[in-house]
Design a binder for this molecule. Structure first.
Ligand SMILES: [Zn+2]
Length: 175
C-alpha cells in the first residue's frame, strides 16, 4: 500500500493515552470481517462521522464513526442477510503500537526518550528516530504479525514502525 499523508499523534503527557489525530485506517467490514482496499486517511470525525464505504466482499453499506475525533474508530453495518446491526470497534493506537504504554516500554528498551512530553507530534520523525536507534544498536528488523483481520493489511508507515518495534522488543535489555 502507498503511504498516505503524514500521520499525526497527540500526546496527553506521561502515562496518558496517545491519540492518532490523523492517519491511515482500514475499510473494515463488521458484517464479514473483510477489508476493502485501499486504506483511507482518517482526520478525525466531525460530530463523530468519519465516512462510509460499500464492502466489496459481502456488499454491506458500512458507516465509520468515532467519538468526535477521539478513539475508538467504530464500524457499523446492517448484516446483508440477517439485517442484524453489526459493530466493530478498533483502537488503531493499539493495533499500530503507538499507545501510551507502547512508547513507555519502547523508551525503556532504548534507554532514551523519542517522544514529546505533551502535544501534537508528526509521526514520521518518531519513526526516523526509532529507525536510527535500531540501526545504532545494530538490531535486526523482524517481521511483525498483527492479529486478524489486520494481518498483512497494516498500512505504511505503521508497517515499518511495527518491524522496528519488534526489533527493539526482541533485543530489549534484560535485567
Ligand atoms: Zn463485508
Amino acid at each position: 500500500m502507498e503511504p498516505l499523508h503524514q500521520p499525526i499523534l497527540y500526546f496527553y503527557g506521561p502515562s496518558q493515552p496517545v491519540v492518532m489525530l490523523q492517519g491511515p485506517i482500514l475499510q473494515l467490514c463488521p458484517a464479514c470481517r473483510g477489508v476493502t482496499p485501499p486504506a483511507r486517511l482518517y482526520r478525525g470525525g466531525r460530530y463523530g462521522y468519519v465516512g462510509s464505504f460499500d464492502c466489496t466482499h459481502c456488499g454491506a453499506a458500512v458507516t465509520i464513526l468515532d467519538r468526535d475525533s477521539q478513539p475508538p474508530i467504530e464500524y457499523v453495518a446492517d448484516h446483508p442477510q440477517t439485517g442484524e446491526k453489526m459493530r466493530q470497534q478498533v483502537h488503531y493506537e493499539t493495533i499500530y503500537r503507538v499507545g501510551g504504554g507502547d512508547f513507555e516500554r519502547l523508551e525503556g528498551w532504548l534507554g532514551q526518550r523519542i517522544t514529546p512530553q505533551r502535544g501534537q507530534a508528526p509521526f514520521i520523525p518518531l519513526l526516523q528516530r526509532l529507525g536510527l536507534q535500531v540501526k545504532r544498536h545494530d538490531w535486526e528488523r523482524l517481521p511483525f504479525h498483527s492479529p486478524p483481520p489486520f494481518t498483512a493489511q497494516i498500512p505504511q508507515p505503521f508497517a515499518e514502525w511495527l518491524e522496528l518495534y519488534a526489533a527493539a522488543e526482541r533485543n530489549r535489555p534484560h535485567d
